[in-house]
Design a protein around this ligand. Sequence first.
Ligand code: G3P
Ligand code: CA
Length: 269
Amino acid sequence: MTQARQHNIQVVAHRGASEDAPEHTLAAYKKAIEDGADALECDVRLTADGHLVCVHDRRVNRTSNGRGAVSALELADLAALDFGTWKGREDAAESPDWGDPSLTSVLTLERLLELVADSGRRIDLAIETKHPTRWAGQVEERLLHLLGRFGLDAPEAADDSPVRIMSFSARSLHRVAAAAPNIPTVYLMQFVTPRLRDGRLPAGARIAGPGMRIVRNHPGYIARLHRAGHRVHVWTVNEPEDVELCARLGVEAIITNRPKQVLSQLGRL
Ligand code: G3P
Ligand code: CA
């Protein structure tokens, strides 16, 4: 993997080491840290009583033994659910055992920030605001407030911030940029729409976050983003040939469900 060694690519664990452990749980994030990931990705949503929790889907049905929308449930309701057993159920002879049940209960963003703070090494966080229109600014407000409690809301240098905020919503990033200009923002994109074609991003967005499909189908677009002055963070990069392509194109970060395999491919293990 000579190409991949040529520059430092940040390896970001997508929802934790989510291929090996149930996504967005302490089990998955602890595994990612053990595996040596440089950064952790997580999606955040607000509960009915205003807590930020790390859950990808609007509803808890897929990743827990409960039902309902995160926004309609209180933290205590979520805390009663099991977010671990679903994972691997299809190929396990019996329910998988993830050890201590507290490792697979709902994860608050606050607990994740504590885990990172206690890790003893620098681990960056890429936090994604999920569909924040419903709460009209509350997600960003509470997120920045929480980051402030950990001293992470006003990095001295944006280029060296240990936290960045990502979203498919330009409006969400705009709110973040207005309130905390030194926190880097990542504009996630699934398609290269006509407005994005020249490599420029919406106001408030600093870093480009194209999906791997864009990279495969329009590799020349990555150079355009770089020429426009944007760093490029690609999701979700799981296959060796995709890691190789990203490395060849000089992307700055790879977001993957398999941090250990990617680090190994990059010659870092
Ligand atoms: O890291 C960005 C990526 O997570 C966006 O897609 O659906 O996995 O949140 P999704
Ligand atoms: Ca995400």
